[in-house]
Ligand binder design. Structure first.
Ligand code: SAM
Length: 323
């Protein structure tokens, strides 16, 4: 796999020079916001698999780092929330992609009276060795890049994101995952990997990798069907089902008993008292839903009470949780 990073660069050099509408085929609806006009070329070059734009993360004009810029659509969407010079930094290793994003952002400036090209600064750099200072970023994002990396490189890339984030800063990501076994021949296929198809990990392994670099809180915000790799199109003897997830990892201190991972579980107390207190910081008000992390869900289940409902993971978590 030594050359896969070069193959990836070549794939995205081509995708910068000739927009490839079906390349990543995102099914996530593109954010339409009041007064935001996204140039068509950015839509055609939407090479992500979900969205990393979550308005709740973007209050108070945060400084944003976006790694793997593509056609620049998410840079523009981030800039919508951080309207000041150099508030968004886009990093990419492919010169042609940086040029395309620059051109597209200039077009966006013409279409959006609120947007100035200088809100976004573009830098050449590698996700594995970011040209960014330690502890300087509020929100770091990547969409559909990290899944391409081998596990060793994924760990480097995650460590880099952790390094540049301020304490409590957020790493927002979207990537494909799969619970199916990817045959070795497909995993080793550098082009399929670069196309975000066969480097995928099972979701739990992806979460474990994020936790291993130190993020104390991890949120699964969305999980959607993404692709099928079938024997009639790929060298596999079974269908491989791929999903895309949206994840936010927060640079909170790591709790002693491991990260708080929110997968969209909710607890509801429906006993006879006004509330239930587990004496560990969780108060469940009578018949009020409380979003809980998976550790809390497990601890509540162990109590074996018949007046506490715990929902399955919905993989749709958007804040308000227990820890
Ligand atoms: C699948 S595209 C995603 C583009 C964009 N995030 C989007 O959602 O449209 C991957 C992007 O990462 C860039 N890239 C590839 N390898 C990289 C690396 N090692 N470091 C930084 N960027 C890289 C590519 O040039 C391309 O812009």
């Amino acid at each position: 796999m030594s050359n896969y990073l070069e193959t990836t660069k070549n794939v995205y050099k081509e995708a910068a020079e000739t927009p490839d509408v079906g390349l990543c085929c995102t099914t996530t609806p593109v954010w339409q916001l009041p007064g935001l006009s996204i140039p068509n070329i950015m839509l055609e070059m939407n090479y992500g698999c979900g969205s990393t734009i979550h308005p709740r993360d973007l209050v108070n004009n945060p400084s944003v780092l976006y790694v793997g810029v593509g056609g620049g659509m998410e840079l523009l969407q981030f800039a919508y929330f951080s309207r000041r010079k150099n508030s968004i930094t886009g990093v990419d290793v492919v010169d042609e992609m940086l040029d395309a994003a620059d051109k597209n952002l200039r077009l966006a400036e013409k279409e959006n009276p609120w947007f100035k090209r200088n809100f976004v600064s573009l830098k050449k750099g590698n996700a594995l060795d970011l040209p960014i200072e330690d502890n300087s970023i509020d929100v770091a994002a990547q969409n559909c890049l990290f899944n391409i990396f081998t596990k060793e490189d994924l760990q480097k890339a995650l460590k880099e994101m952790y390094r540049v984030l301020k304490p409590h800063g957020k790493l927002v990501m979207s990537d494909p995952v799969s619970e199916d076994i990817i045959p070795d021949n497909l995993k080793q296929d550098e082009r399929l990997r670069a196309l975000c198809l066969t480097g995928v990990l099972p979701m739990q392994e992806y979460i474990d990798m994020i936790a291993s670099v130190g993020f104390g809180t991890i949120e699964i915000r969305a999980k959607r069907p993404y692709r099928i790799l079938s024997p009639n199109h790929y060298q596999t003897d079974k269908n491989i089902y791929i999903e895309s997830i949206e994840v936010c990892a927060i640079k909170d201190p790591m709790p002693e008993d491991g990260p708080c991972v929110f997968t969209g579980k909710t607890a509801i107390y429906f006993g006879n008292e006004e509330y239930f207190d587990d004496n560990k910081g969780h108060i469940l008000m009578q018949n009020q839903p409380l979003a809980i992390c998976d550790k809390t869900a497990q601890a509540l289940k162990k109590l074996n009470r018949n007046d506490i409902f715990i929902s399955p993971s919905t993989y749709f978590y958007d804040g308000g949780g227990c820890c």
